[in-house]
Design a protein around this ligand. Structure first.
Ligand code: UD1
Length: 342
């Protein structure tokens, strides 16, 4: 059985990826310090997969703890590295915490891969590296724009750290640039657990519809888009999780063409905020109250992926619709009930 380390494996995308790994007969070892999730997610993973993965509560940015943990796992076939802080606003307030955590853990994990070059490495990057791209859909070779936040910078610099290390130490890695992962597992056993008031659109919508929040504020209705609201590429989290399996197998098969390959993970279709609301209403039969509010600083007008490279080289494409994502997000919200998250 091939053993794969999933860092941040109790988080939103990590937990869905652990489920898919277990379903394919991999042994999943989860490292998660519960900084933005709960131990009960392990029960959800087990309920879906029928197997309980092992979980270690370890701070991967702590050199002593991280090295001691990895020393016990010299036989890893791969590492899928999700563990990172991800709140844009918070990163502006606490940049050093973001750099220490996101880049420190990355360097320590890569130190292990450098010593075990057969261990495939997958890095969670973000479409945020493109900023407002000059051309849509966005291809992987589009220019990287100056980061809008320390969080975004950890993704840009993280990709550079990965490239430098892979070149120097002769290992292979894949960076996956996520567009907007949303939804939840269709079983409603795992999903997103936002911290406090959700900053992201879809968890705010489901909490608002559940009566936990007031009406949604739609940030900006004067953008140069088809209805004046921003356009994003919303992708079902299970599709995102599956892409990690394809990437892992590409690494394990020795099929990569460069030390570090980069792929966009999106659907290829952009949706406006109003279209997301309409999809939610269709999927759930509920009406969503919303108001227009000023633009949110730092928001780009439109971003959606060119998916040709992922489809051609990874053999993966997103298959779940926006409506399905919204329905699954709502069923997860209903399963949470009055529970507001972390
Ligand atoms: C945000 C981050 C991005 C990060 C991603 C992770 C910012 C500027 N960008 O992406 O770096 O990788 O989350 O998931 O924070 N919206 C509303 N009302 C709301 C919330 C959002 O109208 O209450 C709108 C936004 O203006 C945007 C769209 O919904 O047009 C999506 O927003 P969000 O879910 O926060 O994602 P991004 O901003 O695309």
């Amino acid at each position: 059985m091939k053993k794969v380390l999933v860092t941040g494996g109790l988080g939103f995308i990590g937990s869905h990826t652990a489920v898919e790994l277990l379903g394919r007969g991999y042994e999943a070892v989860i490292a998660d310090n519960l900084s933005n999730t709960r131990a009960a997610v392990l029960d959800g993973i087990e309920a879906i997969a029928g197997v309980r993965p092992s979980w270690v509560d370890v701070d991967l940015a702590d050199p002593t703890a991280c090295r001691a943990f990895l020393a016990r796992h010299g036989d890893l076939a791969g590492i899928i590295h999700f563990a990172a802080h991800k709140a844009v606003g918070e990163s502006v307030q606490k940049p050093l915490q973001y750099y220490l955590n996101n880049l420190g853990s990355l360097a320590l994990l890569l130190e292990h891969v450098a010593a075990h070059p057969a261990c495939g490495f997958i890095f969670s990057s973000s479409c945020t590296v493109y900023g407002q791209a000059d051309e849509l859909p966005i291809r992987e070779d589009a220019p990287i724009k100056p980061a809008e936040s320390p969080y975004g910078n950890t993704k840009q610099v993280g990709e550079e750290v990965l490239r430098d290390a892979a070149r120097a130490h002769d290992f292979k890695a894949i960076a996956l640039r996520y567009f907007n992962p949303i939804g939840a597992h269709p079983s409603a056993r795992i999903g997103e657990l936002p911290l406090g008031v959700p900053q992201n659109l879809v968890p705010f919508i489901t909490q608002s519809a559940a009566g936990l929040r007031g009406p949604l504020k739609v940030f900006g209705n004067d953008y140069p888009t088809r209805d004046g609201t921003c356009v994003r590429d919303y992708i079902h989290v299970v599709d995102v999780a599956l892409a990690h399996i394809y990437a892992l197998e590409r690494l394990l098969d020795g099929a990569t063409a460069a030390p570090v390959e980069v792929f966009n993970l999106g659907t290829g279709t952009g949706s406006t905020v109003l279209e997301v609301i309409a999809a939610f209403e269709r999927a759930t039969g509920k009406r969503l109250a919303y108001d227009f509010a000023p633009r949110r600083p730092g928001d780009v007008i439109a971003a959606y992926a060119d998916t040709a490279k992922a489809s051609r080289e990874l053999g993966w494409k997103a298959e779940r619709s926006l409506e399905q994502s919204m329905g699954d997000a709502w069923r997860w919200q209903e399963a949470l009930g009055a529970d507001e998250g972390v």
